[in-house]
Design a protein around this ligand. Structure first.
Ligand code: CU
Length: 190
């Protein structure tokens, strides 16, 4: 009994330390199996089951933990949202460019799914920013999918904020502008 208790206590001491180390390295702390399961939740199973799964660090460093066969990659956001994201090749390049603070994404036209929703950072004036500041608050996004193309609100007439219509241009006026479509990806059946 004593031995079991002692090793149990040791495990308790070790786990939070390991978690801290993982966070210090900017990594999500789930084990691979848990991570894969959570990341697959980002898109309908017909897409996520064949997708690659990769870990992403806050600065955009990517480590693939499962290869895929359909051009999609699923990950979990390395921030407080921990939201699953599944993007095609262009979309994954787009998110990596955004995370690593590149001035613009390498290509437009990517498709990304966020079937569990996510969050964005909003200023008191209602501006949606790419990074949090001391002024911004976290606002929840419902399940949605995205067309990662810098659509211009002036020429398209599409609003720049969430609205009853269900679509808007996020980060309008920046190279990372994209169309947010409030449709649950899991409802998109073939
Ligand atoms: Cu978005």
């Amino acid at each position: 009994m004593r031995l079991i208790t002692a090793s149990g206590a040791a495990a308790l001491l070790v786990l939070p330390w390991a978690a801290l180390q993982a966070q210090a390295a900017g990594q999500t702390k789930e084990g691979d199996t848990e991570f894969i399961k959570a990341a697959e939740e980002g898109a309908p199973p017909r897409i996520s089951e064949k997708a690659a799964i990769a870990r992403m660090e806050p600065k955009g460093k990517v480590t693939t933990i499962r290869p895929g066969s359909n051009g999609f990659t699923c990950t979990l956001f390395p921030d407080e949202s921990h939201a699953p994201f599944c993007g095609d090749h262009k979309a994954f390049q787009w998110i990596v460019a955004a995370m690593s603070e590149q001035p613009k994404p390498p290509a437009a036209g990517g498709i990304a799914y966020m079937a569990k929703g996510g969050l964005h950072y909003e200023t008191p004036k209602g501006e949606i920013l790419m990074r949090p500041t001391s002024e911004t608050k976290n606002v929840k996004e419902p399940p949605h999918w995205m067309l990662l193309t810098p659509i211009d609100p002036a020429t398209s007439g599409i609003p720049t904020h969430p609205n009853a219509g269900g679509s808007y241009i996020m980060f309008a006026g920046t190279p990372y502008a994209h169309l947010m479509i409030y449709q649950d990806p899991k409802m998109l059946k073939e």
